[in-house]
Structures are given as structure tokens and as C-alpha cells.
Write a protein that binds this ligand. Structure first.
Ligand SMILES: *Cc1c(COP(=O)(O)O)cnc(C)c1O
Length: 397
């Protein structure tokens, strides 16, 4: 009993004991109590397109999706997802057997890992990783094997994947590669050559690949998003995950999806039906319409996020941070060492008092906390005036 009462979370099982409340809750609470600008959690402070919001209202009023939608997702949305993959990437998926709608990308990730990983299997994932990956691998009883992205010596190159390290991380126990591009939190977009090498490795070692591409529409400058599923030998072994939350700025709707070969979709669906079964009924109709928006929407969305990136990047650089200019996502990772700091946790806990801004220590995205210690993440999916004000406040450092 002593052991139980001395534990902060006595009831959480051992597989998940390391996953208590997330840093996001702590930092968001700090933002409120200190009146700080919250650049911690990555959600936009402006809703997505009015016509998409209205489409949800219409669906709700007309009684579409107010009762359990079909388990795999409504046909209109599955068709729209397939059309999106075909028109953007030339990837052809059958809406009936190769597309599955999920409760956000988060459920897609969890269901994929629970479906495809046996206890004891190794899952190789890019570190720093999105926080749900480690928990989902643990829920599946898998062992995570991080491959760490590291800052390239060339300032502009940002964080890069070492392909030799990736290759070395694969063992006979490796079941799947969990890839994320554009990459949160570093903003790295894997190049065509890097993706080709990952694909070759997956084929050679006969690995499954789960690829989180929720930021597919947020790539900047010369970067290009290329789905891993489009490389030779990959279509049949790759589960591709997308989400409306990031692309259409409705993160609360939780509409995500999986595209993959029929056997993989069937496996993920088998798990998904016992997690949520279905979700987001009326929003599914709205997202089906959103995916059919003209190219101009996607271009304008990208352009506006690029402008915001540049405002925040400039402000951070002027405040003394080393800025890794992101080629994708809506996050900027910085190095705090030029400010004479080395512990991102301590820095982020003090930042609200010091400057009235909240950020996230990247160490939370690492198994190797040392490797992540000097890095801090700022979200720029906020109004330009909010970012300007944040930049002004950070000058105080
Ligand atoms: C936000 C995010 C998700 C979660 O997406 P939802 O659709 O909100 O569940 C998944 N992966 C990455 C990398 C993210 O940044």
C-alpha cells in the first residue's frame, strides 16, 4: 500500500505510467494565470472558412450526421478523401475499401498502432516525436526506438534525419516505421531523396509504415510534400494519415482519416470500431465540402501561414534565439543557448513571468531529454497582431 500511496498516479497501469498530464495543460494554465500569449499548444486562434462552418450548420439542421454515421465514415467524405489523394498526389484509393474516417489523426495513429503492432514489436519513430506516438506505441505493447533528428551545421538546413542511423535502428524485431512529414515540432520536411531512402529500407526489410501527414498543406519556400505511399513498393505497406483539423483550422472537429491498402484499412477499422466506433457526424459532411475547395483556398492558407512564420521567426531571431526556420507545419523550434540558457523546461516555466509568452520545451518530445534540452517550440498559427505583440514582449529577454 505504501508504494501505491506514494505514487502520484497509483491507478494508471504500468504500460502508461510515464504518461501523466501533458506539458500542454500545465503551460496553458500558466498562460491564463499570467495573462501570457499562448504560443504553446498548436491550435489556430481563428476558425477556418466560413462556408465550411456553414456546411456543418446545414448538415446539423438538415439532420445529416446527427445519428451514428457509417463506421468507415460517410461515403461523401470517403469519396472526397480519395479524390484529394488522387488529384494532389496521383494516388488512387477505393473510397469503399481503402479509406477510413477517424476521430482526428490522433485516433488514426492509436488505431493503426494497436492494429499493427504485437507486444514486443519495435516501432522506429523520428525523435522528437508528436506526444501521442509514445503513448500509442505503449498502449500497443510495442517498444519505441527513436531515431533523433539533429540540427544540421548549415543554419538553413534545420533538423535532419541521419539515414544511416535510421538504417541501424532497424532490427529483426522492427515491425513498423512511424514517420511524420512535415514534422512537428522541428518543421522539417523530408526531401524526396530522404523519403526514397526510407521507402527502400521499408521494402528491403519488409516493414509496415505509418506516416502522419497532417501538415501536408503547410509547406513553405522550396519544400515539397511528397507522400511516402507514392514511392515504389510503398502503397501496399503504408498507412497514410491526414486530418481536417490542421488543414482547415477546425481542430475541435476531430475529423481525420487513413488511406491504405484494403487489408491494412480493415485491420485499422477493426480497432477503430471499439475505440470510438464513429465520431463527428455533421462535421464529416462539412469536411467533405472543405476537401473540394478550390486550389485558391489551399494557396491562401499557405500564404497566410508563411507570413505568420516570417513575423515570428524575425521576432525570435531579434530576441536572440537561434531560429530553425521551418519548411513546414505551424511551429518554430528555437535553440535557447545563444540567450545563455540551456534548460528548456526551466526556460519555459520562467518565460511567462519574464516575457508574458508561453512556449513548449521540446524535451517533452524526446526519450533522450538531454538531446532535446536546449530547444523550445513556438506555435505561429495565431493572428498576425498577436505574433507581433509576442515578438515585442520577447525583446525583453
Ligand atoms: C495535431 C497533430 C495530430 C493530431 O491531429 P488531430 O486530427 O487533431 O487528432 C497528429 N499528428 C501531428 C504531427 C499533429 O501535429
Amino acid at each position: 500500500m505504501a508504494a501505491m500511496t506514494s505514487s502520484a498516479r497509483p491507478h494508471l497501469n504500468r504500460r502508461l505510467a510515464e504518461f501523466g498530464t501533458t506539458i500542454f495543460a500545465e503551460m496553458s494554465a500558466l498562460a491564463v494565470t499570467t495573462g501570457s500569449i499562448n504560443l504553446g499548444q498548436g491550435f489556430p486562434d481563428t476558425d477556418g472558412p466560413e462556408e465550411v462552418r456553414e456546411a456543418a450548420v446545414r448538415a446539423l439542421r438538415e439532420g445529416r450526421g446527427n445519428q451514428y454515421p457509417p463506421g468507415p465514415g460517410i461515403p461523401e467524405l470517403r469519396t472526397a478523401i480519395a479524390a484529394h489523394q488522387l488529384s494532389r498526389y496521383g494516388l488512387s484509393y477505393d473510397p469503399d475499401t481503402e479509406v477510413l474516417v477517424t476521430a482526428g489523426a490522433t485516433e488514426a495513429i492509436a488505431a493503426s498502432l494497436l492494429a499493427l503492432v504485437e507486444p514486443g514489436d519495435e516501432v522506429v519513430a523520428l525523435e522528437p516525436y508528436y506526444d501521442s506516438y509514445a503513448a500509442s506505441i505503449a498502449m500497443a505493447g510495442g517498444t519505441r526506438v527513436p531515431v533523433t533528428l539533429r540540427p544540421h551545421s548549415a543554419e538553413e538546413a534545420g533538423f535532419r534525419l541521419d539515414l544511416d542511423e535510421l538504417r541501424a535502428a532497424v532490427t529483426d524485431r522492427t515491425r513498423l516505421l512511424l514517420i511524420n512529414t512535415p514534422h512537428n515540432p522541428t518543421g522539417t520536411v523530408l526531401t524526396r531523396a530522404e523519403l526514397a531512402a526510407i521507402a527502400e529500407l521499408a521494402v528491403e526489410r519488409d516493414l509496415l509504415v505509418v506516416t502522419d501527414e497532417v501538415y501536408e498543406h503547410l509547406v513553405f519556400d522550396d519544400a515539397e510534400h511528397v507522400p511516402l505511399a507514392s514511392f515504389p513498393g510503398m502503397r501496399e505497406r503504408t498507412v497514410t494519415i491526414g486530418s481536417a483539423g490542421k488543414t482547415f483550422s477546425f481542430t475541435g472537429w476531430k475529423v481525420g482519416w487513413v488511406t491504405a491498402a484494403p487489408e491494412l484499412v480493415a485491420a485499422v477499422r477493426a480497432v477503430k470500431q471499439f475505440l470510438t466506433y464513429v465520431s463527428s457526424g455533421p462535421f464529416q459532411y462539412a469536411v467533405a465540402e472543405a476537401l473540394a475547395l478550390p486550389d485558391s483556398y489551399f494557396e491562401e492558407f499557405r500564404r497566410s501561414m508563411l507570413a505568420r512564420r516570417d513575423i515570428l521567426a524575425k521576432g525570435l531571431a531579434e530576441a536572440g534565439f537561434r531560429v530553425f526556420r521551418p519548411a513546414g507545419t505551424y511551429f518554430i523550434t528555437t535553440d535557447i543557448r545563444p540567450l545563455g540558457e540551456k534548460d528548456g523546461f526551466a526556460f519555459c516555466r520562467a518565460l511567462p513571468e519574464r516575457a508574458g509568452v508561453v512556449a513548449i520545451p521540446n524535451a517533452v518530445f524526446y526519450d533522450d531529454r538531454e538531446a532535446g534540452a536546449p530547444f523550445v517550440r513556438f506555435a505561429f498559427c495565431k493572428k498576425e497582431e498577436v505574433l507581433r505583440e509576442a515578438a515585442e514582449r520577447l525583446r525583453a529577454l
